[in-house]
Design a protein around this ligand. Structure first.
Ligand code: UGA
Length: 335
């Protein structure tokens, strides 16, 4: 099988590449702006890497869509701080650039596996989000945080419509707060430039202070990247068409924690890592208003729990790694 991965150097792309090279005989073709997370795999003859920008190198992309069996367009800005600080950049990349890829997959009748997101459910109040039943609920236009959610939702709907009209072969998967090695860079001191776990690791290193937005009572279900990628591999494999025309939440409903608990657990694990021990034991946890941290166009969701019945039933998948272990493995990767 020939697999095209756009955004191959990213968090999901690089982990998928590592596992696919190890456990399958798939031929991988990947494009990204950089290849720093791929350096151990670049010499593998089953990986063809092209440095490039999906908004510019369109000929390369169309050529490889024609050549490959499965297309994974993983390029996206996925950090909430950018949704509010630069929403049009999110629209241009996450929506417009990916729409072109989706249209090419439809034109050449190729299977597309698209990363939707837990964010599409927005502020849905269901106790568990179900792919075929839950409403997708976002705030007013002045709450720009939801632009990412809307971009992804509309692409989900476009792909679904191609599936109905043109029999486009597709699968949508929705990661629920995947965490792990290579989630974001933790190198620089930055405010809100990455997702919560990476932000907090960076806070331990450079700030001595973890900021909980609005007290950190909001909850997420954290999913270790290896569990997530295991589901993704089953989707790509598509044994007996088990993933065809389906939507899968890929998350860990049993690992549900508040953001305050995430911060506490991180500090507990960090003090056991020699390079972090001193800094972690000095790090304070404080609360800041969301409006101060992200600005007035931020809005949050207080809970987000996936139903994973589809993934259990059709992929025979369920997650196995808990939050503490996920944090431990993440810190061991970075230090
Ligand atoms: C994330 C991102 O939108 C995407 O990465 C992804 O599509 C999706 O959700 C997912 O991974 O399922 P969110 O969970 O809000 O959204 O992202 P984080 O930046 O990881 O924030 C989690 C929570 O921590 C939020 O409530 C945020 O306000 C809080 N937070 C974040 C803090 O309290 N302090 C910080 O310094 C950073």
């Amino acid at each position: 099988m020939k697999v095209l991965i756009l955004g191959v150097n990213g968090f999901i792309g690089s982990t998928l590449t590592e596992k696919a090279l190890k456990d399958t005989d798939w031929q991988l073709y990947g494009m990204d702006l950089r290849c720093d997370w791929l350096k151990d795999f670049l010499s593998n003859p089953r990986l063809t890497f092209q440095e490039g920008d999906i908004t510019i190198h369109k000929e390369w992309i169309e050529y490889h869509i024609k050549k490959c069996d499965v297309i994974l367009p993983l390029v996206a800005i996925a950090t909430p701080a950018t949704y509010v600080s630069d929403p049009l950049r999110v629209f241009d990349l996450d929506f417009a650039a990916n729409l072109e890829v989706i249209k090419l997959a439809a034109k050449h009748k190729k299977r597309i596996i698209f990363p939707s997101t837990s964010e599409v459910y927005g502020m849905c109040q269901d106790s568990e989000f179900k792919e075929e039943e839950s409403n997708l609920i976002v705030g007013p236009i002045n709450k720009q945080r939801w632009i990412y959610s809307c971009c992804k939702q509309l692409l989900d709907r476009v792909i679904y419509a191609y599936g109905i009209r043109d029999s486009l072969s597709y699968t949508l998967f929705r990661p629920f707060n995947w965490i792990g090695p290579r989630l974001d860079s933790i190198d620089k001191q930055k405010k809100g430039g990455s997702r919560a776990l990476s932000q907090f690791i960076s806070n331990i290193l450079y700030d001595g202070e973890i900021k909980l937005v609005d007290g950190g009572k909001q909850e997420r279900c954290f999913t270790y990247i290896d569990d997530g990628v295991c589901a993704l591999m089953k989707i790509i494999e598509n044994k007996d068409d088990c993933a065809k025309s389906r939507i899968f939440n890929i998350g860990n409903p049993h690992e549900r924690y508040s953001i305050a608990e995430l911060a506490e657990k991180l500090l507990e694990v960090a003090v056991t890592i020699p390079q972090l021990k001193d800094k972690a034991s000095r790090t304070k946890i404080i609360s800041v208003p969301g409006n101060d941290y992200y600005g007035g166009s931020y809005q949050d969701t207080n809970h987000r729990v996936p139903s994973i019945e589809n993934a259990k039933k059709y992929l025979n998948w369920q997650p196995t790694t808990g939050l503490t272990e996920a944090i431990k493995r993440t810190l061991e990767f970075y230090f």
